[in-house]
Design a protein around this ligand. Structure first.
Ligand code: HC0
Ligand code: SF4
Length: 574
């Protein structure tokens, strides 16, 4: 252990602990704009300076480690003056029109400047506004970038994509798409992790809420909304609600208040996806189609984009099942439209997703009888949903649980856990087991697939015995982990039958469209919320979803049958 003094308090920390972490041990917060634990400890912003007694110069606390006998002051007059000057210089190169910024009220720079009492700038402001394709789902505003390098690090180290890079040198140093490229041509998966790790408003999603408001105002148009599993775990964070209070029924109520005609749960179509995907898996598995092993899940569009751009030879191994979002749109504009007697042309399908890549996935077209158009018309993120609630003056105290509309209402616990890493696999295994064995397993029999983040390389693998069959499965999240797994499959060191990949660490609960709490990775605790909902659910198997059963009986026929293929499956080739 190393003993030192911070702000006149003694502290003992293990060797190698940074000064910032040591201060945290005794409840002292040292501000920073760039620091990300284990990912970005490069002192790019220099806001985290502290005073070391006996040293002329201030030192940065995020990348200097505690040493025996150090006497540190984190907030001395000298520190405050230096920190203030640093932040003033950053602000002089930043478009600080906070009232019209996407990150206003949730911006680290705003917080630090406010905490330092900065109310004017001694420097003239200069910032560069570069052009950007505003139609792309991910937007970058160069005038807001503070060169903290977080986006570069998260994209490089966690997603192994390297979309962002440093450009120019000295005072002209900035961040841009690597190799001076365009974002459309970069291998951007649209996972949105750069957005959720940007401390300011330099990265954000395309705002599609105006499209929703417009759709709600079109006379004689029916609006149908679906709410993704992971949204329920996080929207309450922005509204001051605990996980217990922030129910999905309240989101349904809020959407109805905004004027949406029908509100459903994507969990319904997650169950439908399992019916298709588990059937497809068993067909491939029992047919011994070795060339198509492993079968990969296909419901994460960022993962699909990653394969399309970097590993196209694996595309035939993706399940052909559409994602629950797209299946929901397809069912809405076929079966549901017929049930309510409305022309699908007159339905606007809205998705509320934790995800940025879903804004791209929804560009797929549906062809059904005379209808040719989008399955899903508009996708908004959890953050956009909360912003819409605010703009409609919807207060948490005025919301209560309402049920989803019929006839796409029922939802199982298996569908709910789709929103967290391992959830799709677990749900599929529950149904695959029932199909093979003719009886349900205990719902928690496959709980061993839940903790891929705890594995050394982030890849959880297991050999499962189902009757006479041994099924080798793997689960991972984060594209760097996925890349490792693909390399293992390519070089023959790993052999699986079925693999689940979600691009965002922890799965959709940690999605790029979820609310941001700077410095906190909330995916694990949001995932626990989904497991608790599954544990309490009256139905825990996708194949026992009554409305899914009715859909097959009344309309769709058999899983993987002719109509199911037409409406619920797709090719992922680009
Ligand atoms: Fe997900 Fe999904 S679980 S990808 O994360 O499969 O976005 O929540 O909606 O489609 O259901 C996201 C979340 C979904 C889909 C579902 C899947
Ligand atoms: Fe979207 Fe979920 Fe994939 Fe993240 S893990 S890109 S939130 S579908």
């Amino acid at each position: 252990m190393v003993n030192l003094t911070i702000n006149n308090q003694p502290v003992s920390v293990p060797e190698g602990t940074t000064l910032m972490e040591a201060a945290k041990e005794i409840g002292v917060h040292v501000p920073s704009l760039c620091y990300l634990k284990d990912l970005n400890e490069i002192a790019a912003c220099r806001v985290c300076v502290v005073e070391l007694e006996g040293s002329e110069k201030l030192i940065t606390s995020c990348n200097n480690v505690a040493q025996e006998g150090m006497v540190i002051h984190t907030n001395s007059p000298k520190v405050r003056a230096n920190r203030r000057n640093t932040v003033e210089l950053i602000l002089s190169q930043h478009d600080a029109r906070c009232a019209i910024c996407s990150k206003s009220r949730n911006c680290l720079l705003q917080d630090v400047a406010n905490d330092l009492g900065i109310q004017g700038l001694p420097y003239e402001q200069h910032y560069e506004k570069r052009p950007w394709n505003k139609k792309f789902p991910l937007i970058r505003d160069s005038a807001k970038c503070i060169k903290c390098m977080r986006c570069i690090q998260i994209c490089d180290k966690v997603q192994s994509l390297g979309v962002w890079d440093v450009e120019s040198t000295g005072s002209r140093t900035t961040v841009n798409v690597a190799n001076h490229g365009n974002i459309e041509d970069a291998n951007c998966s649209l996972c949105g992790q750069c957005i959720t790790h940007c401390p300011v408003g330099a990265l954000f999603e395309r705002n599609d809420s105006p499209k929703v408001w417009d759709a709600l105002g079109v006379p004689n148009q029916i609006t149908v909304a679906q709410i993704a599993p992971a949204v329920r775990t996080a929207w309450g964070e922005e509204m001051g609600l605990s996980p217990d209070e922030a129910t999905v029924g309240k989101i349904a109520h809020a959407l109805k208040k905004m004027g949406v005609d029908y509100v459903f749960d994507t969990t319904f179509s997650a169950d439908l996806t399992i019916m298709e995907e588990a059937t497809e898996f068993l067909q491939r598995f029992t047919a011994g189609e070795l060339d198509k092993r492993p079968m990969f899940t296909s419901c994460c569009p960022a993962w699909v984009r990653f394969l399309q751009s970097e590993f196209p030879h694996f595309l035939p191994q993706l399940s052909t099942a559409k994602s629950p979002q797209q299946m929901f749109g397809a069912v809405t504009k076929s079966y549901f439209a017929e049930k309510i007697g409305v022309n699908p042309e007159n339905i606007h399908c809205i998705s509320v997703m934790p995800c940025v890549a879903k804004k791209d996935e929804c560009n797929k077209d549906l062809y059904y009888k005379e209808f040719a158009g989008k399955e899903v018309d508009t996708v908004i993120t959890t953050r956009e949903l909360v912003a819409m609630m605010r703009s409609e003056s919807i207060h948490k105290d005025n919301l209560h649980d309402i049920p989803f509309d019929t006839i796409l209402e029922d939802a199982s616990g298996a569908g709910v856990i789709f929103g967290t890493t391992g959830g799709v696999m677990e749900a599929a295994l529950r149904t695959a087991y029932a199909t093979i064995m003719g009886r349900n397993p205990s719902p928690d029999d496959f709980a061993m697939v839940r903790n891929s983040a705890k594995e050394e390389n982030g890849i959880l693998s297991a050999n499962l015995q189902i009757g006479a069959h041994t099924v080798n499965i793997a689960v991972t999240s984060g594209l760097a982990h996925a890349r490792t797994l693909l390399k293992q499959i390519e070089d023959g060191t790993a052999h699986y039958h079925f693999v689940e990949v979600m691009a965002c660490p922890g799965g959709c609960v940690g999605g790029g469209g979820q609310p941001v709490r700077h410095g906190e990775e909330l995916a694990p605790q949001r995932g626990q919320t989904l497991y608790a909902l599954d544990g309490d659910a009256p139905v825990r198997f996708s194949h026992e979803n009554k409305d899914v059963q009715a859909l097959y009986a009344d309309f769709m026929g058999e899983p993987c049958g002719h109509l199911a293929h037409q409406l619920l499956h797709t090719s992922h080739q680009k």
